[in-house]
Design a protein around this ligand. Structure first.
Ligand code: GSH
Length: 265
């Protein structure tokens, strides 16, 4: 059976769970949750599965595949069937790739910045600092490490947070413009693009940031259309989020600042 290394609230793994639930593919769960600074949770051979040491990773037929966007394309190639979650028309496939590139071009980093500034820093600051030092010493991605240092030190005053909000505003406006004349992001039906992006709206909503995009009606409707899918409930809501209460509280407190960043963008 296919194995997924993941934890409750990771946006990258939520995307893979969403794919698996849409396709009703059976899978086995292995929880690896280092996000709150506990690197000892990594299984011994984990860097062989993913040199970055991050989740999600799947093991399928003895093959390890890391990187959520690669995983969902891999799964679609192997198990896709009908209906396909990859658009059929080459122009829609091109559009799907253009959307998805934005994630690795900055949106995922922006999402982490919001998470670290609003929640992770508060949790990490209360942890055993020897453990936190070890976590950062082991972190393979040096840009991630540097960004985290800035975000942990400055929190909602971090200049990276303002940039992250600017980046999200631009993305969400582009999505809204597209969704004005299209029901889905790439082609005539729900696809990998929609799966890839919806997790970020969930992430922002968990920080009580939904009012930021209240004027982006087409985007808001698209989000609602996805949230009512049975697979979404299974993949996102049912797994929950151990930091939910803190996200909500800190998000509410930070909202005036975030709104200022949004309005100035
Ligand atoms: N580009 C990667 C990003 C993976 C990633 O950032 N994973 C995060 C969760 S969303 C993680 O493993 N966090 C653990 C940690 O920060 O220690 C993907 O799409 O899979």
């Amino acid at each position: 059976m296919l194995t997924l290394f993941h934890y409750d609230r990771t946006s990258a793994a939520q995307r893979v769970r969403l794919y698996l639930e849409e396709k009703k593919i059976s899978w086995e769960s292995v929880i690896v949750d280092t996000a709150l600074g506990d690197i000892d949770q990594l299984p011994k051979n984990f860097y062989e599965l993913n040199p970055k040491g991050l989740v999600p990773v799947i093991i399928d037929d003895g093959i390890a595949v890391p990187e959520s966007l690669v995983i969902i394309e891999y799964l679609e190639d192997k198990y896709g069937g009908d209906p396909s979650l990859r658009p059929k028309d080459p122009k829609d496939i091109a559009q799907m790739r253009l959307w998805i590139r934005k994630i690795d071009e900055g949106i995922h980093v922006a999402s982490r910045t919001i998470g670290v500034c609003l929640v992770n820093r508060h949790i990490l600051q209360k942890k055993d600092q020897t453990q936190v030092k070890k976590y950062y010493k082991e972190m393979r991605d040096k840009v991630r490490k540097k960004n985290d240092q800035i975000n942990i030190e400055l929190g909602i005053e971090s200049p990276l947070l303002e940039e992250a909000i600017i980046e999200f505003k631009s993305l969400l406006k582009d999505m809204n413009d597209h969704l004005k004349n299209n029901e889905w992001l790439s082609g005539p039906s729900y696809s990998l693009s929609d799966i890839a992006f919806v997790v970020y709206l969930h992430r922002l909503e968990s920080f009580m940031m939904r009012p930021l995009w209240k004027d982006l009606k087409h985007l808001d409707d698209w989000y609602d259309r996805i949230c009512v899918r049975p697979a979404y409930k299974k993949a996102i809501y049912d797994w929950g989020d151990i930091t939910a209460a803190q996200r909500e509280k800190n998000g509410k407190e930070a909202f005036p600042k975030l709104l200022k960043y949004w309005d100035n963008a």
